[in-house]
Design a protein around this ligand. Sequence first.
Ligand SMILES: [Zn+2]
Length: 231
Amino acid sequence: MSEAPAVSIDQRMRADIAEAIFDQRLAPGTRLSEAGLGEIYGVSRTVVRKALFHLAADKLVDIRPNRGAIVWQPSPAEAHEVFTARRVLETSLLAESLPCMTPTDHAELDRILAADIAAHEAGDRQAMIRASGDFHRRLAAPANNSVLLAFLDELIGRSSLIVALYDTRDAAPCAHHDHAALLADIATGDVAPAQAALAAHLRDCQDRLVLDAPATETPALADLLRGPRRA
Ligand SMILES: [Zn+2]
């Protein structure tokens, strides 16, 4: 099976930009110039556009008429709306998913929690953000509703960006001890207390956001995407 090199470059560009956003190297509102990206990666604008459309579908990038693509810049109000929407959606999904959870689901949640703890110990912020999203997705997955799970996926992507952009008290998207406590509630199989614990956890995530506008100084794109990692 042969893969066109352009496809892998497109995927790498998408992953690089997402990583730069999660690592806070790319600030909200940073313009992602098609020509600039094309030059950095040595690809055509068509390839760049494809990567940008994927990032826009992930809600990490906003494509605006006359302004081109920019890193999504959620207002504090939008940030709150995203977390409120998650609370409504995730507590409802939990009522469907909890009674359907199998030992495999429980084992998978334990595995994700262990990965989250390891990420905290390593101080790997991107891995923490990923583990946090995976945990919430996995919690809802047994509900087996593809429409609601797609909504959730979008909300988790947007909240990852919000958490990456706005500092939180301890720089982590979710407190892993909250997830551990939540799993204890889930293990009882009792829907109401588990829903209450999940709602309280998401409210705490929301309260921990410091929604002051971050600085939007923008060094050259090439430095942000490929430059040596700064200490
Ligand atoms: Zn969480």
